[in-house]
Design a protein around this ligand. Structure first.
Ligand SMILES: Cc1cc2nc3c(=O)[nH]c(=O)nc-3n(C[C@H](O)[C@H](O)[C@H](O)COP(=O)(O)OP(=O)(O)OC[C@H]3O[C@@H](n4cnc5c(N)ncnc54)[C@H](O)[C@@H]3O)c2cc1C
Length: 441
């Protein structure tokens, strides 16, 4: 059997822990299906006994969205590419984004956009509305052209039309996804430019970048006036072979700066809160400039080995500057030590009912805290700012909202709940997180 959680989440002594280590559950049983028939049988048997079932992808959600004390279905071995036809690919739900990207590259295809890591499973990524950046592009679920799901009694359904639109960001509640069909684009390369700049300048030009750059984002280092900026331009072709020394050197450099050196600085900051301003300064100086061209999927994602917890909110595009200004002011006044950079990126509106960017161009503001350090007062403070700006929390990242509070943020919540009722009448896929954000059944 493949190691299900090689990307960081773990099982130990029958306990399942997510990548960040902040969520834990003790499932009754672990299942590792490799075929659709096995997956159907697992759900059917559980439903007959009145047990709950959760699928887990790479365990990279910070919330309890994948946790269960019922049956945990690890889909690491349910990861085959079933069909590539024209621009469409059909895959089993557990395939990881990086494995899919490599497979697509061999067919001269690519996913239109990715987030900043690629170890997630396809089903996990679309279920939480996972996104990257680029106002002219959308979250990963926007590429979903078909979903085959197993309902809460073990019957298969091909979601189409309105059901597909409503259910594709399904939070793990709208059926167990068996296979996913995604619409791809011709393979493309990207010209990446990374540069440290003054944060005030970046704030003044970011709206313009959103219009003129294909993909733009920045990371502000708290306690400093510095930001690391990333801008990527899409290219139809690249300089030939992407492999070789250049790629190895780039990966090594990323590993050293973003994992080894960053991790060491974080450890110092977590043990010596009095040194946090100095730690921030070192971080802001560590933002080296880089300029390179590589295949799209290599540019979008980087490995993340330094552990942290995260909350991310999407606000309407027009509201981001004001929200970001308030987050900066909060950090000036709060007595929680924070040195982990704050990430800002934009994404185009999509039509999935439960997507954080549903119906509106959005800017996402993400706050992080190094693993083990106090985060709750900081995150709650940021959350109240985001609420005032009509923010929607990322389903896979930490937040403190509940169903009553979230309903006004999602105009199609009722339609989604109807679909969930149709696909999971017995509540087979329920867990405490879903009860909190969708309401008790
Ligand atoms: C280091 C790090 C970086 C990240 N970067 C980004 C980023 O750039 N952009 C972004 O938007 N998010 C980001 N995230 C969040 C992450 O993309 C989401 O939490 C995503 O859901 C994780 O995918 P996963 O495969 O680990 O899913 P899991 O966490 O394992 O599961 C997520 C949900 O999907 C459900 N699920 C999984 N498989 C199925 C299935 N077959 N059928 C039905 N439901 C299923 C689970 O039950 C659960 O409800 C990041 C997280 C980490 C830890």
């Amino acid at each position: 059997m493949k190691n299900p959680f090689s990307s960081g989440a773990q099982t130990h002594d029958k306990i399942f822990t997510n990548w960040a280590g902040n969520q834990m559950s003790t499932p009754l049983r672990f299942e590792t299906p490799a075929t659709e028939d096995e997956l159907v049988s697992i759900v059917r048997a559980a439903a007959e006994k009145g047990r709950t079932v959760k699928a887990v992808g790479a365990g990279h959600s910070f919330t309890g969205i994948a946790m269960t004390d019922g049956i945990l279905v690890d889909l690491a071995g349910y990861d085959q590419v079933l069909l590539v036809e024209d621009n469409f690919v059909t895959v089993q739900a557990g395939i990881r984004l990086h494995a899919l990207a490599e497979h697509l590259a061999a067919h001269d295809l690519a996913l239109p956009n990715l987030g900043d890591i690629d170890v997630q499973s396809v089903a996990g990524a679309i279920s939480t509305g996972t996104h990257g950046t680029g106002l002219g592009y959308q979250a990963i679920a926007a590429s979903v052209a078909g979903l085959r799901v197993i309902d809460g009694e073990g019957n298969l359904h091909d979601l189409q039309g309105e059901d597909l639109r409503i259910g594709k960001v399904g939070l793990g509640a709208a059926g167990m996804i068996s296979t996913v069909t995604l619409e791809c684009v011709p393979a493309f390369w990207m010209h990446a430019r990374e540069k440290g700049m003054g944060v005030d300048h970046v704030v003044s030009v970011f709206d313009e970048w959103c219009e003129t750059e294909d993909h733009a984002e920045f990371f502000w280092v708290p306690n400093t006036g510095a930001a690391l900026t990333k801008r990527n331009k899409r290219l139809d072709s690249g300089p030939g072979q992407a492999g070789g020394l250049k790629r190895t050197m780039r990966r090594l450099e990323t590993e050293l700066t973003e994992n080894v050196a960053f991790g060491a600085v974080c450890r110092v900051g977590s043990k010596r809160p009095d040194l946090v301003p100095k730690v921030s300064k070192i971080m802001s100086m560590g933002s080296s400039s880089r300029d390179y061209v590589a295949p799209s999927w290599e540019v979008f994602a980087t490995p993340r080995r330094v552990k942290f917890v995260e909350m991310e909110y999407g606000v309407p595009r027009e509201a981001w500057k004001s929200a970001f200004r308030e987050v900066r002011a909060l950090l000036d006044g709060i007595d929680v030590p924070v040195f982990f950079p704050i990430e800002v990126r934009a994404i185009g509106a999509d039509d999935a009912a439960m997507s954080m960017a549903s119906g509106r161009d959005s800017v996402f503001i993400a706050v992080h805290q190094y693993k083990g350090m106090e985060y709750e007062r900081y995150f709650r403070g940021v959350e109240s700012i985001m609420k005032r700006h009509e923010g929607r929390p990322h389903w896979g990242k930490m937040h403190f909202r509940d169903a009553e509070d979230l309903a006004p943020a999602y105009p199609e919540m009722d339609k989604f709940l109807d679909l969930v009722k149709r696909l999971d009448a017995p509540g087979t896929f329920r867990n405490p997180y879903l009860d909190r954000v969708l309401g008790q059944r």
